[in-house]
Design a protein. Structure first.
Length: 283
């Protein structure tokens, strides 16, 4: 039987309705949640991601502030802008759209963001808090993935979660979040030997690689839950995930599509974190 599709778009819509109510409540207390987004350069994908984040903020009543700078600014200048936003009490969340131009050290920039305004959840302090089970901002894509799997009402404890990809923003933290939920977690990456032998053991398979249709049905156990994080633009202009959707849906129990899968949940969790930041900063 073909897999059921996890509709990230619909889940995101439901969650955003609830978040809009939370924004309304904060406004009644005189707090207007605000997110500052910094975009450096004119990378087309980054521009479209930033636009989508701004639109999502506006739809639920979060004030969005966009700061755009040319790609040749210095790291020092960018650090000054971040310091100014850190001090600004009317700004609750700060997000620097990645990737940054080559002359900048991304880690320096992320570490300059005040941890209490780091709504992307990339600051090392917040990552450390996540790994030690403390309350913090959870990174948006991993958090969105966990939310999607939890929405299926399956028991995550004891399940074998295989994560393909070990980036700092998706692969590594998503494995940690499932570990917190008592899953048994295995990480795979470009040096993994016999990838299919490992992915075939997964009850929950999370793929964050950036290679179109890398995962086909021989990589997937019958009945597995498959979460496709990849966003790849084909020559035709169409978007495609890292999973061969039509092939894998014949063996999986649940599968996320691309688009309308993980993407909308990522932005929703950014909204969630911004509201959390506004609430905490005004305590
Ligand atoms: P990175 O390029 O930072 O990481 C890719 C990972 O995949 C690396 O760990 C790499 O291994 C691994 N890898 C590469 N080739 C293979 C292979 N043949 N077999 C197994 N592993 C492999 O990517 P990101 O984590 O930033 O993003 C991954 C994908 O997710 C991209 O398509 C990106 O666009 C998408 N994305 C989607 C988001 C959303 O909201 N939907 C949000 C963020 C990302 P190694 O470490 O050994 O090099």
């Amino acid at each position: 039987m073909a897999a059921q599709i996890i509709n990230g778009f619909e889940l995101a819509k439901e969650k955003r309705t609830q978040l809009a109510k939370e924004v309304e409540q904060l406004k009644q207390q005189g707090i207007e949640p605000a997110l500052a987004v910094i975009l450096v350069g004119d990378h087309p994908a980054s521009q479209s991601y930033v636009k989508a984040k701004q639109k999502a903020c506006e739809e639920i009543g979060i004030r969005s502030i966009l700061l755009t700078f040319p790609s040749d600014i210095s790291e020092e200048f960018l650090l000054e802008q971040i310091a100014r936003l850190n001090e600004d009490r009317s700004v609750h969340g700060i997000l620097v759209q990645l990737p940054l131009p080559k002359q900048m050290n991304e880690l320096h920039i992320i570490e300059a963001i005040a941890p209490e305004k780091d709504v992307d959840g990339f600051h090392p302090l917040n990552i450390g808090r996540m790994m030690t089970g403390q309350k913090t901002f959870l990174p948006c894509t991993p958090y969105g993935i966990l939310y999607m799997v939890q929405s299926l009402q399956v028991d995550i404890a004891g399940k074998h979660v295989v994560v393909v990809g070990r980036s700092n923003i998706v692969g590594k933290p998503v494995g940690q979040l499932f570990l917190r939920e008592h899953a048994t977690v295995t990480y795979c990456h470009s040096r993994t030997n016999d990838l299919a032998a490992i992915t075939r053991q997964a009850d929950i398979l999370i793929v964050a690689v950036g290679k179109p249709k890398l995962i086909t049905s021989p990589y997937v156990k019958e009945g597995a839950i498959v979460i496709d994080v990849g966003v790849n633009r084909l020559e035709s202009g169409k978007l495609c995930g890292d999973v061969d959707f039509d092939d894998v849906k014949e063996v999986a129990s649940y599968i996320t599509p691309v688009p309308k899968g993980v993407g909308p949940m990522t932005i929703t969790m950014l909204l969630h974190n911004t509201i959390q930041a506004a609430r905490e900063l005004h305590k």
